[in-house]
Write a protein that binds this ligand. Structure first.
Ligand SMILES: [Fe+2]
Length: 277
């Protein structure tokens, strides 16, 4: 199974760049075109939050139109801190699971070889994430319902600290509670997140938690404790999580932009290994 993860699209109303700089609508469309052209086609596309910049109806309507126009692949979406649940549901309620719960946008998808458990870590009005008691209980219950099936958990706010101070300040607040639940469920093979706009990974309980880069702007790589919150226009990217029973879950980072090549590896006579050609 090939699972494509796009994150942090930050769609704006038509004609409005994000932060007066980033043409997020164009960048999102470019990413959707790149994913649509992938062969083999992904079996699922995950959108792990910050689908819009401000959670406006017109931003979701624009995204819904782009998804319909470009992707003929099942799309599973969850909100981030830039989203508003009510508008998210109103405009994206046709996507599987989105409108299934009256309180949160969380759901499980059982129809693929990998079970997808999509979480809602949003705290309305806040930048950080948190899983309340109700959502933690839902997660535990949902994972307990299919203990044998390989499972991927999707969430916006990462449950670990990464060393970029201003992002760590708004990560998942009660990550210890979350990690305690994951540790009880060995079938969880990967936790995929957004929010940090960079490719980052860490061990969480027995598994790997990964953050995908944004398909728009990236957060500056800055480890100085007082580094200001800032973004850079590093290459837009997305991730492909490839699952097979034999090899498990393997993640690739793919760039939206195309690059020169491919070129064959023509071996130099001085190459010390075995010639490829
Ligand atoms: Fe974001």
């Amino acid at each position: 199974m090939l699972i494509c993860q796009l994150t942090d699209l930050h769609i704006r109303p038509h004609g409005v760049p994000a932060y007066r700089v980033v043409e997020t609508n164009m960048l999102a469309e470019r990413a959707l075109r790149a994913v649509a052209a992938l062969r083999p086609r992904p079996d699922a596309v995950l959108l792990t939050g910050d689908l819009t910049e401000c959670g406006l109806d017109e931003e979701y309507a624009l995204l819904a139109r782009l998804l319909r126009q470009h992707l003929d692949i099942p799309v599973y979406a969850i909100p981030g801190n830039h989203d508003r649940r009510e508008n998210f549901r109103a405009q994206l309620g046709h996507l599987p699971g989105v409108a299934g719960d009256s309180d949160f946008v969380h759901y499980a998808i059982d129809e693929h070889p990998v079970r997808l458990v999509m979480l809602d870590t949003v705290v309305p009005g806040a930048g950080h994430g948190e899983l309340c008691g109700e959502r933690l209980a839902w997660l535990d219950r949902t994972l307990a319902a299919a203990p044998e099936k390989p499972t991927l958990v999707g969430m916006h706010h990462p449950p670990f600290l990464c060393g970029i101070g201003h992002m760590d300040a708004i990560n998942l607040r009660n990550s210890a509670d979350f990690v305690g639940i994951i540790a009880k469920h060995p079938q969880v093979r990967r936790i995929v997140c957004g929010h940090h706009h960079r490719a980052i990974m860490a061990q969480v309980a027995h598994t790997i938690a990964s953050i995908a880069p944004s398909v728009a702007h990236q957060v500056e790589l800055a480890f100085a404790p007082a580094a200001p919150s800032a973004f850079v226009m590093e290459p837009a990217a997305y991730q492909l999580h490839r699952w097979s029973a034999a090899d498990g879950m393997v993640t690739h980072t793919a760039y939206v932009e195309t690059a020169p090549g491919p070129y064959p590896f023509l071996s130099d006579p001085q190459y010390p290994g075995a010639a490829r050609n």
